[in-house]
Design a protein around this ligand. Structure first.
Ligand SMILES: Nc1ncnc2c1ncn2[C@@H]1O[C@H](COP(=O)(O)OP(=O)(O)O)[C@@H](O)[C@H]1O
Ligand SMILES: [Mg+2]
Length: 256
């Protein structure tokens, strides 16, 4: 057995080629969903295997590299960016036929957001994507998956992959020209229409505001991980990124 979360919490383990991770109320239908996208030919996600004796979910382990912050050179490369945009598009397209199967009473970790077009991954970032060299080959960590619009997932992806961070954010890289070009390239490769790009940078701001509000409400409700995040000032970094985007919103949006 090997812990996969760098010993951070020793909650995620690799045992016999499979990953055991804590489950939630949403996990059983996330497994149904993961089976569905496989059935329509999407193989860039773990295969759901079931649950262990302690109630953890079991999913297949996908070989490759997953970069955390500070990001690896491979994770910040143009090839990775391009394949990450292709992967998100293929994933979203594979989820469309699952929407009619929704009963409407499913419990998701994150709320359903209208208009529902796809099942958003909810946290599409380099730390949740498996790389083979500088090619994004699979998406992991589906806890935050929920029905919503494509643009809601794309907005967060742009924040993480461009990345649309303030120059003071140590996890960021690239100057404003590079960020803008990476943003446009991601949208081009995804195949986002001109209409789909309208207001997209404002949506990134809205998505980050939502994230800060979510962190604060979870911390207030007793979630210790988010309490620690807030004590460490993580929310301040998001607020600084929001300020940066609001100042630079027009120029980045205009270049899209
Ligand atoms: N199915 C998987 N295949 C390969 N590696 C995985 C898989 N699931 C998790 N990991 C590894 O474990 C780490 C943490 O897992 P993740 O599911 O992202 O949980 P969390 O983000 O909550 O810590 C990932 O960064 C990755 O290295
Ligand atoms: Mg993760």
């Amino acid at each position: 057995m090997e812990y996969l979360d760098g010993g951070r919490s020793n909650k995620i383990a690799r045992i016999d080629g499979a990953v055991h991770r804590p489950a939630g109320a949403w996990t059983p239908h996330i497994h149904t969903f993961l089976k569905h996208i496989r059935s329509v030919g999407f193989t860039g996600a773990p295969e759901p295997i079931g649950f262990d004796a302690t109630g953890n979910e079991i999913v297949s382990y996908i070989s490759g590299e997953v970069s955390n912050y500070p990001l690896s050179a491979a994770a910040t490369s143009i090839h990775t960016l391009i394949s990450a945009a292709e992967l998100l598009r293929a994933y979203h397209d594979a989820t469309v036929s699952f929407i009619p199967e929704l009963q409407g009473n499913e419990s998701w970790l994150l709320p359903v957001r209208e208009p529902v077009e796809v099942i958003c991954h909810g946290d599409y970032a380099p730390y949740n994507v498996v790389l083979d060299g500088d090619r994004a080959i699979a998406i992991i960590d589906f806890d935050t998956a929920h029905p919503g619009p494509r643009a809601w997932d794309i907005a967060y992806a742009l924040y993480r992959w461009s990345p649309l961070t303030s120059p003071n954010n140590a996890d960021g890289f690239g100057d404003e020209t590079e960020k803008t070009e990476r943003c446009r390239l991601f949208c081009d490769i995804y195949g986002l229409s001109k209409e789909g790009r309208v207001g997209l940078i404002s949506l990134v701001v809205e998505r980050l505001r939502y994230l800060v509000a979510y962190m604060q409400s979870e911390a207030k409700a007793g979630n210790e991980a988010f309490q620690a995040n807030i004590a460490d000032g993580h929310h301040l970094m998001y607020l600084a990124d929001i300020d940066y985007l609001k100042t630079n919103c027009k120029s980045i949006q205009a270049a899209l």
